[in-house]
Design a protein around this ligand. Structure first.
Ligand SMILES: [Zn+2]
Length: 312
């Protein structure tokens, strides 16, 4: 449709820039996933964004750009305060740089978990619900709370960090420096840690015989019927369920939506998570807070990134 108007959404992670164009009512037009591993300097990222926007809006009028970024953002200043997956952008005022490159096109930026939350709320598993809590299950665990269409950010943008909710006092050490966080029991890195510990102790076991120990290989082994791989995922699921019970009791959202790569292993952990949330929450909370798997998969963040334009 030459001459038509579009929004472009981005979601920048450690390895890929996901980019999509949308009609002005938020319907997906085109999308692509672009390798970003060659980017070493902030300028490389700007070039990447510019090329992607150009290819998605070639003969169309670009009305606005929304971008999600993996990392802790200062939303006021538009600075990436810290991003373990994008070290070249830590401390960089990316929002200003993007605004300068794309002026006068309006630009919005938010962190990737909040973007995924808005995407699922407005166009995925949460569309029918007033309040929704999203849990992102990847290498780490993130979260976001949307109520009446708005992200609940907290006093300094730190709300929703369910991965670092303490579920066991003085428990296992976490990457954040604390102990007993949910993420230290169920996350990509925690599953990998547990599987590697098992392999070290039992080198002749099926887990010990894996070439590469990762959440994916662990899940495949569990699917093939290996009891030890299953146990690791089931224990993780039980810990996740404790975190979900806390969300149900604390916020009682209409929906709790699970997204991220680990969701692919749901057949091994979800029923154990359910056991834990039913045991640990009030019946009235667990019967009214429904748990769903996200509908947009890895594209939720791109859709959520343009939501501020649609909500204007
Ligand atoms: Zn932690």
């Amino acid at each position: 449709m030459p001459g038509s108007e579009v929004y472009v959404g981005f979601d920048l992670g450690g390895s890929f820039l996901k980019a999509s164009s949308f009609s002005l009512d938020g319907e997906l037009a085109e999308r692509r996933s672009i390798d970003s591993q060659w980017c070493l300097r902030p300028q490389d990222y700007l070039d990447l964004f510019k090329d992607a926007a150009k290819s998605l809006s070639s003969d169309k009028h670009l009305k606005g750009i929304g971008t999600a970024v993996a990392g802790v953002l200062d939303p006021e200043a538009g600075v990436i305060v810290d991003s373990p997956n994008l070290p070249a952008l830590s401390g960089v005022p990316l929002l200003e740089m993007l605004k300068d490159s794309f002026a006068p096109i309006p630009l919005q930026m938010m962190n990737d978990a909040n973007a995924a939350a808005l995407g699922e709320y407005f166009a995925g598993a949460g569309v029918e619900h007033e309040s929704m809590f999203i849990i992102t299950l990847g290498t780490g665990v993130g979260g976001g709370f949307v109520v009446d269409g708005e992200i609940w950010s907290g006093a300094s943008g730190m709300a929703g960090e369910i991965g670092h909710m303490v579920i066991e006092k003085n428990g296992k050490p976490c990457t954040c420096g604390s102990r007993g966080c949910l993420e230290a029991y169920f996350s990509g890195w925690a599953l990998e840690r547990d599987a590697k510990a098992h392999a070290q102790q039992y080198p002749d076991s099926a887990i010990g015989s894996l070439d590469i120990i990762s959440p994916i290989s662990l899940s495949e082994l569990a699917s093939s019927g290996d009891d030890e791989a299953r146990t690791i995922l089931e224990n993780g699921g039980y810990a996740l369920g404790a975190g979900i019970a806390n969300i149900m009791n604390l916020l009682n959202p209409e929906s709790i939506v699970l997204v991220g790569g680990l969701v692919n292993a749901k057949e091994h952990f979800l029923s154990f998570a359910q056991m834990a949330w039913e045991e640990n929450s009030f019946d009235q909370a667990s019967s009214s807070s429904k748990v769903f798997v996200g509908k947009l998969g890895e594209w939720a963040g791109v859709r959520g990134a343009i939501q501020p334009f649609l909500s204007e």
